[in-house]
Design a binder for this molecule. Structure first.
Ligand SMILES: Cc1cc2nc3c(=O)[nH]c(=O)nc-3n(C[C@H](O)[C@H](O)[C@H](O)COP(=O)(O)OP(=O)(O)OC[C@H]3O[C@@H](n4cnc5c(N)ncnc54)[C@H](O)[C@@H]3O)c2cc1C
Length: 390
């Protein structure tokens, strides 16, 4: 039996989770892309996996464009410290928890695996804050999500569009008490790439892995003892730069059906890159998120929390203009993508990435600049150079 067209498979894991005889498991190809495989010995040909797969339902995308578009930043600075953008995910999550509900989001474990987890308290919410630019795994949480909903409890799932579609495929029916928020996404690298890249920095595992902070787009790691062992700006890090340049995603991300203005969730959030800040009426004082209200349920939920945000309504076109992934999937530099794919199976992450132009033209130069500037002679030279340059 074929679950779906595997070229499109996002690895959402809904088919693995729904199989009544556990006949489906994930396998990895030579590029470490995780896809499901059916064990023919166990399979009872019930077809549930085919019915569940969101790809076979056109991704559950909306018929219409989003109703409203807002520029948002949470007012409570304490609450959103550690958030990546305007803290919208955290505010919505806090609201659901206040009402006795449960939030599903993802956090790293010590082995740098990014797993979904359930949060029922404000303290637990702290552990899922922040964008993690790598593929997360929702598979184990699907049954728990259903159980909570069937008990009549409120559930919020915050995830990538393909994961939200996985939730819809798994549940197969509407629940009044289910709220879905998706993140605008330009693609995800297989989790193994990040693990391979980080391995050298800690033998004791990782307590914290952060991609964004007050210092901007920085990959920062704390080891098992909590000590920061590495911090590098995106342009100086092989993994982060590969991610931002779109060179290292799962192959299906380059054909992503969710990279469109038609959305899969109640509320879509992301960074408001296209915002014309000169026309804002308020002082946002920090990163600003875009919030797209896609359904009536999303509208009602948003009305309940609107006052928690510095908030201005904006034209939808502004969000689309600045965020290519609301129009089409990421288009990488094809030559570099080919190089990375050719070398990865033999050389592993870092050495394969170092074969690309992106490494030679940017990351290598930034590393060199950084190592020179770390010495006092280098700093003197830099000051002299700046003086000469005027
Ligand atoms: C892989 C990826 C690609 C992205 N690409 C874009 C883009 O192209 N354009 C854009 O505007 N925005 C993009 N974003 C979204 C953006 O980085 C912020 O996550 C978003 O604006 C939410 O910010 P916040 O402050 O509201 O979230 P926070 O309050 O910081 O909370 C973050 C939430 O995101 C969830 N989350 C974090 N990482 C993942 C992950 N890997 N998988 C599933 N859930 C996750 C957390 O569980 C948490 O619920 C991307 C995010 C990810 C994870």
């Amino acid at each position: 039996m074929e679950i779906t067209d595997m070229n499109q498979c996002s690895g959402c894991g809904a088919c693995v989770a729904c199989c009544p005889v556990n006949a489906i498991k994930f396998i990895e190809d030579r590029h470490r892309r995780r896809t499901p495989e059916i064990d023919p010995e166990r399979c009872i040909e019930c077809g549930l996996c085919v019915k569940t797969c969101p790809i076979n339902h056109g991704g559950f995308l909306s018929e219409q464009e989003s109703e409203k578009c807002y520029a948002l930043r949470a007012k409570d600075k304490g609450k959103i410290s550690g958030c990546s953008s305007g803290g919208v995910a955290t505010v919505i999550s806090g609201h659901i928890i206040e009402q006795g509900g449960h939030v599903f989001g993802c956090r790293f474990n010590e082995a740098a695996e990014l797993l979904f987890t359930e949060c029922s308290t404000e303290e637990e919410l702290e552990t899922i804050k922040g964008s993690k630019y790598v593929q997360s795994n929702l598979t184990r949480c699907y049954p728990e999500i259903r159980k909570r909903l069937e008990n009549g409890e409120k559930v919020l799932v915050v995830g990538l569009p393909c994961q939200i579609a996985g939730v819809k495929g798994y549940l197969k029916k509407e629940y009044e008490n289910l709220f879905l928020v998706d993140l605008i996404c330009h693609g995800v690298p297989p989790a193994v790439y990040l693990q391979e890249h980080l391995r050298k920095y800690s033998k004791t595992g990782f307590q914290k892995i952060r991609f964004r902070g007050k210092d901007g787009f920085v990959l920062a790691l704390s080891d098992g003892s909590g000590q920061e062992v590495y911090a590098a700006r995106a342009r100086r890090d092989e993994y982060y730069y590969g991610f931002l340049q779109g060179l290292i995603y799962r192959e299906n991300c380059y054909r992503c059906q969710y990279a469109t203005i038609k959305r899969v969730s109640d509320i879509t959030i992301g960074d408001f890159w296209g915002l014309d800040k000169s026309t804002l009426k308020h002082d946002y004082d920090g990163p600003i998120s875009v919030g797209l209200i896609n359904t009536e349920k999303g509208r009602i939920l948003f009305e309940q929390i609107k006052d928690s945000f510095i908030c201005e309504e904006r034209p939808l076109a502004e969000a689309v203009a600045g965020n290519d992934q609301l129009k089409s999937p990421m288009r990488p530099d094809e030559e570099d993508r080919k190089i990375f794919r050719e070398y990865y199976p033999r050389l592993g992450y870092d050495r394969a990435f170092r074969k690309t132009k992106a490494y030679r033209q940017t990351v290598r130069k930034e590393k060199l600049k950084y190592s020179i500037l770390r010495t006092s002679a280098g700093q003197k030279l830099y000051r002299l150079w700046k003086k000469i340059k005027g």
